[in-house]
Design a protein around this ligand. Sequence first.
Ligand SMILES: NC(=O)c1ccc[n+]([C@@H]2O[C@H](COP(=O)([O-])OP(=O)(O)OC[C@H]3O[C@@H](n4cnc5c(N)ncnc54)[C@H](OP(=O)(O)O)[C@@H]3O)[C@@H](O)[C@H]2O)c1
Length: 246
Amino acid sequence: MEHTKDKVVIITGASSGIGEATAKLLAQKGAKVVLAARREERLQAIVNEIKQEGWEAAYYKADVVSSEDMQKLAQFALKQYGRIDVLVNNAGVMPVSRLNELRIAEWDQMIDVNIKGVLYGIAAVLPIMREQQTGHIINISSVAGHEVNQTSAVYSATKFAVRAISEGLRKEESPSSHIRSTIIAPGITETELLNTVNSPEVIAMASHFSGLAISPYSIARAIAYAINEPEDTGVNEIVIRPTAQP
Ligand SMILES: NC(=O)c1ccc[n+]([C@@H]2O[C@H](COP(=O)([O-])OP(=O)(O)OC[C@H]3O[C@@H](n4cnc5c(N)ncnc54)[C@H](OP(=O)(O)O)[C@@H]3O)[C@@H](O)[C@H]2O)c1
């Protein structure tokens, strides 16, 4: 059965990487995708590409650390398509480093984007989904949301938090059975995420692992699977990583 066609799906962080791949894949499956991020020219180009292939897409420039932007994004999707079926809270940054480097501004940035951004997304769509009596919130965590390494303390903390928030949402909403909650936990994936790293130690280490990276479409296919399951089936967590990732 095909359950994705005509669903209205908002995707944050859709200007590159996993978000871009997810927008393109879902559009090909007949979803109406609303792409959000800060780099407007990238969003415009991706939406043009999707539309040229005959699919439906729109974009809205939004910074996930602004609760106001996220509210406006939800209102834009409603105005454009009349409903919101799915929010993919995908925007994220990963300026990892050891705690003793004291990169406090980067800790703040990760907490703001990776945790508060997810919460502001939920705040923007949850009342609408409750009113509709249907909805699906997909939050992108990470393998780093399951395990901590020597440079991932703060990043992992944010991705553990994403899993806690997703599971809390699932438990809160399960009695009404209207709103589904999914955690997607990718491993090393070929995207622009490493551009957010500034620690020389991590930049040097990253070159050892970058050869392992899998396509962002591997992650997009997992997101598409969770969306396409019937309404009575909650796909609650999927971990996807390179076969060779230690
Ligand atoms: N790549 C991996 O190996 C990997 C592994 C595990 C988990 N993840 C997670 O996957 C998600 C997507 O990352 P990616 O790997 O696809 O990296 P990416 O290519 O760097 O994409 C990150 C996206 O987030 C957006 N973004 C960053 N800050 C934002 C903000 N303040 N407001 C709105 N959008 C913002 C960026 O767009 P703008 O700059 O245009 O705003 C971009 O579209 C992240 O949550 C990341 O933590 C990635």
